[in-house]
Write a protein that binds this ligand. Structure first.
Ligand code: SAJ
Length: 442
């Protein structure tokens, strides 16, 4: 396939297409190109494709190795991004990494995945392997994707069309590391599909490749995240109990975890990200016949934590006698949903700010984020503290964990901290005359 490059038209040897150039598709494309394959990255966003073709990474936050890896593969002519699905012709394997959101009723929205599958189906040729990395509700591969691909392509699953589900296990801030090192589940339509998928992943994954069927692979991925979401909800409920009992939930957690077979998670200001808030609902949707109860309740508990954190702010400002109004300034530290990342997908900060912005002046600071919806940003950490009557910590960025309480006390207009991530010691704060409230900190 020929493509325009700054040094004229070059022939691009392509055997791989990756559809959906985001947190999953970009690192996958880079590692496959690094393994020597010509990779076509297909995305509906022309802007994003242009950035990638300039060797620029269109993702926020620190991603070790990835910016250099992307630039290298583009310069080598082994990675090219486009919005044109016709590049899927003559391709040997297509990896699908489009996102799979849920709607406000917690029902999976498959439209992006289906749209991608229709385009892929129109262009693939006999013998192709299609691998879906997107997280999907159990039953989607066999019930939706296989029939759709067969219909659009005229190919037949297991004869001249091969299919597998290999759910991604990446994490913002560790995209390349996780992709290389974490074991993968490969759920094939049949033996042949599984073998073909193994031949590709064994070139880029050091972790073990565990094989199973497609529906089991769908259930594994959604269950592994629902498991974590429920664990966090348990920790949050223990946190709320400890607040009422005047206990430190993190001390309770530390001692609980001295007991074998315990792995209590951490109470916090909420559960953000692209995975956990959605994957529980994907599993519940796939298993709706069983009428699951624990997982929806866990989601409810986790979704209520940002509001609880905002409540702590309102209560402590009331206790300090600071009136509601724009002259009282609340500084939010941490817009990202995850420490040391610039990823704001489903961030708890969004809800906390919504709850507070009509009561107080709200400013925000995040080392990885320079703009966030229409929130007033103060990028300098110490200036933000100087402006603040109340400092609300929602993300445990390393920049915050090196802040001393003494320095905070020196800088703030009123010494009030609400700690959403157990960054500070309550007693030490109070000894310094700081009014302190924290999630899980009674
Ligand atoms: N959180 C808590 N308490 C905890 C752990 C996390 O409140 O004890 C919060 C975090 O602050 C964050 C959210 O939950 O807001 C999600 O945190 P996470 O560490 O699970 O990070 P994610 O969302 O990037 O999770 C991803 C998931 N990976 C995939 O879906 C492929 C998850 O399965 C992994 O366990 C996690 O990365 C990881 O640690 O690798």
């Amino acid at each position: 396939m020929t493509i325009e490059k700054n040094r004229g038209v070059i022939e691009l040897k392509t055997d791989v297409a990756v559809v959906g150039m985001g947190y999953v598709g970009i690192p996958l494309s880079c590692l496959l190109a690094k393994a020597g394959h010509g990779v076509i990255g297909i995305d509906i966003d022309q802007e994003r494709a242009n950035l990638i073709n300039q060797g620029k990474l269109p993702l926020k936050g620190e991603e070790p190795e990835l910016p250099e890896l992307l630039r290298e593969q583009v310069d080598r002519g082994l990675l090219h991004a486009t919005t044109d699905f016709s590049y899927c012709r003559k391709i040997k394997v297509v990896f699908v990494c489009v996102d799979t959101p849920i709607d406000e009723n917690k029902i999976p929205r498959f439209d992006r995945l289906i749209a991608a599958m229709e385009q892929i189906g129109r262009n693939i040729s006999s013998g192709v392997l299609v691998v879906v990395e997107s997280t999907i509700a159990p039953g989607t591969m066999s019930g939706k994707i296989l029939p759709l691909l067969e219909k659009m392509s005229g190919l037949k699953g297991g004869e001249n069309l091969f299919l597998a589900h290999c759910p991604e296990r990446v994490m913002s801030g560790k995209l390349i590391h996780n992709l290389k090192n974490i074991d993968r589940i490969i759920g094939g339509l049949d033996e042949r599909s599984t073998e073909m998928a193994i031949s590709w992943y064994s070139q880029i994954v050091i972790g073990k490749l565990h094989t199973t069927d497609m529906t089991t692979a769908e259930a594994v991925k959604t269950a592994e995240n629902a498991y974590r979401d429920v664990q966090i909800a348990f920790a949050n409920e223990v946190g709320l109990i400890c607040e009422k009992l005047g206990l430190d939930a993190f001390e309770v957690r530390r001692l609980v975890n001295t007991c074998p077979q315990r792995d209590m998670h951490k109470a916090g200001a909420g559960v953000g990200g692209h995975c956990l808030p959605k994957d529980t609902w994907l599993l519940a949707y796939g298993g709706k016949e069983a009428d699951p109860k624990l997982m929806p309740i866990a989601r409810q508990i986790n979704d209520a934590m940002p509001e609880h954190t905002a409540e702590l702010v309102i209560e402590i400002l009331g206790k300090a006698g600071l009136a509601e109004g724009k002259e009282t300034c609340v500084a939010i530290f941490g817009l990202s949903y995850l420490e040391n990342s610039g990823d704001t997908r489903n961030t708890p900060a969004r809800t906390v700010i919504e709850q507070l912005r009509n009561r107080y002046r709200v400013i925000a600071q995040d080392p990885y984020i320079s703009a966030f919806e229409n929130v007033e940003i103060e990028s300098d950490l110490e200036n933000a503290l100087r402006m603040a009557d109340c400092a609300v910590f929602l993300t445990s960025h390393r920049e915050y964990s090196v802040l001393t309480l003494e320095r905070i006390a020196e800088l703030m207009r009123h010494k009030i901290i609400v700690d959403g991530r157990n960054l500070f010691d309550k007693k030490k704060a109070e000894d310094l005359g700081i009014l302190y409230a924290g999630v899980g900190k009674g």
